[in-house]
Design a protein around this ligand. Structure first.
Ligand code: NAD
Length: 494
């Protein structure tokens, strides 16, 4: 059965055992389009019995055709998922934009193509993956051999955020399936459409029923929590806020289920006086404001060496004031709205706190007038502050909006200390033309990824993840496979 569409409003159903089905309890909620406040779809909230059915379907797939399928065939099917998404590119794009409000130019370059490519990337990674072999001596001189044997972990619970919905979901589902697992996905309640639509592609490609399931709903007392509490979920992979990660970890402790966490960040940008100013400005405009600041890797905390502080602030202000906040479909739009009114309330509370805590508002600070048709959307002004204390809440907390604080520093040591002065440890960007300095500073920042003279650039085979409270484990290439495979040693006495 295809995703049901009535003539009025798109219905976002659950996808269980290869079929779309409404919530057993008939509970629904509205998925609001943040561009104008209209209803993008009616979402069917999975109750406990729906989640149970999804986990059972996944378990049955593992015991059935999927679990027995030769690896070559499995990886071939997974590769076809990338083609299947690309064949319906415009539908995925429209769904992602309606859910998030992000510019088409961004979603069509990053979210959808990278979301599709993840399947091919991890099918390829799995093809070249190999185990280990060790030959050892024994007292009787005959020796023994040890080799690793790997099998899928089983049913993986996949819980996703709303900022890059398809991309971050397939970043987990791709390797999980390549390793032979079955998944139950809980997309964010704000952005349920692309994960749900992907069920159709799974069926078109011929992925066996029950390998990919989607349950829609919220976190606590809803689909998210029911999934993490389900005893037949063998491992949980989660991207979202640190505090949610803590709640999920408590549930995962029951039954000793494995977790992989990509969590929040408060990332510093270090701009040294010996940087190429044009590149640093261009890079920082992206790192602080791309996707309306809703990127876990974004730089909300800018540290600028004092001799270039004034020039940097002036030029960043100019750059921000030249950015076009507008409709996703307009080609020259740089920034859309925030994902929801709820999130805008949170970001605006920091805009207010900044003023109360003594900030100089360099630019922005409020809500733009977008005109009658759009004022119902979650629009917000990109904002720059200076003059806040190091312990002011907009400087210490992850805001996840289009805003940054700029602070001067005098020495390299001071910049490193300020960058590390946070409970998070996700990412940092260093801007300097002095490569000796770059290599000296980079390893001293306690984060999972440090960029030098760039941002959001990465070979997908490299480890990705957070230090401190920004995560547990690493994803990317072989690192992802490690989580989705159970490895054992077989020791043979010769
Ligand atoms: P969130 O933690 O509020 O929600 C994420 C998901 O968890 C949603 O699907 C939600 O319904 C679910 N959830 C919430 N409470 C739950 C519970 N008790 N049990 C089970 N599921 C629950 O995060 P968000 O607001 O959707 O996303 C923004 C956050 O994600 C930011 O903190 C950002 O830094 C982080 N993030 C991190 C990365 C990374 O790679 N480190 C990438 C993207 C986003």
């Amino acid at each position: 059965m295809d995703q049901v569409v009535d003539n009025k409003t798109q219905q976002t159903l659950n996808f269980v055992g290869g079929e779309y089905r409404p919530s057993s309890s008939n509970k629904t909620f509205e998925n609001i389009n943040p561009i104008d406040g209209s209803v993008a779809s009616i979402v069917h909230e999975a109750d406990k019995s729906d989640v149970d059915a999804a986990v059972k379907a996944a378990k049955a797939a593992m015991a059935g055709e999927w679990g027995k399928m030769p690896m070559a065939k499995r990886l071939d099917l997974i590769g076809k998922l990338a083609d299947g998404i690309n064949a319906r590119f415009d539908e995925f794009l429209a769904a992602e934009v309606a859910d998030t409000g992000k510019p088409n130019s961004l979603a069509s370059h990053i979210d959808i193509p990278r979301g599709a490519a993840n399947f091919q990337v991890f099918a390829d990674t799995m093809k070249s993956h190999h185990g280990e072999f060790f030959k050892m001596d024994t007292p009787d001189g005959t020796g023994a051999i040890n080799y690793t044997s790997e099998r899928p972990k089983g049913v993986i619970g996949v819980i996703c955020p709303w900022n890059l919905p398809l991309l971050l979901m397939t970043w987990k589902v791709g390797p999980a399936m390549a390793c032979g697992n079955a998944v139950v996905v809980k997309p964010s309640e704000e952005t349920p459409q692309t994960a749900t639509l992907l069920g159709e592609v799974m069926n078109e490609v011929g992925i066996p029923k029950g390998v990919y399931n989607v349950i829609n709903g919220f976190g606590p007392d809803s689909a998210g929590e029911y999934l993490t509490q389900h005893p037949d979920v063998d491992a949980i992979t989660f991207t979202g806020e640190t505090v949610t990660g803590e709640a999920i970890m408590k549930e995962a402790a029951v039954g000793m289920r494995d977790v992989s966490f990509e969590l929040g960040g408060k990332n510093a940008g270090l701009i040294f006086a010996d940087c190429d100013m044009d590149k640093a400005i261009e890079g920082t405009l992206r790192s602080a404001f791309a996707n309306c600041g809703q990127v876990c890797l974004n730089t909300e905390k800018l540290l600028v060496e004092r001799p270039i502080f004034d020039e940097f602030v002036t030029r960043l202000k100019e750059g921000v004031e030249n950015m076009k906040v507008g409709l996703p479909t307009d080609k020259d739009t740089d920034m859309g709205p925030l994902v929801s009114h709820g999130h805008r309330d949170k970001v605006l509370s920091y805009y207010e706190a900044a003023v109360k805590e003594g900030a100089t508002v360099v630019t922005g600070g409020g809500v733009p007038d977008m005109g009658e048709d759009l004022n119902g959307g979650a629009w917000i002004e990109p904002t720059i502050w200076t003059d806040l204390a190091d312990d002011a809440s907009p400087v210490t907390d992850e805001i996840f909006g289009p805003c940054c604080h700029i602070r001067p520093f005098d020495t390299e040591e001071e910049a490193i200390e300020l960058a590390n002065n946070t409970e998070y440890g996700l990412a940092t960007s260093i801007w300097t033309e002095n490569l000796t300095r770059a290599h000296r500073v980079a390893p001293q920042i306690d984060v999972g990824i440090t960029w030098v003279n760039c941002w959001f650039l990465r070979d997908l085979r490299t480890p990705f993840g957070g230090a401190k409270q920004s995560g547990i484990g690493r994803e990317g290439g072989e690192y992802s496979l490690e989580f989705y495979l159970e490895t054992s040693n077989i020791c043979v006495k010769l």
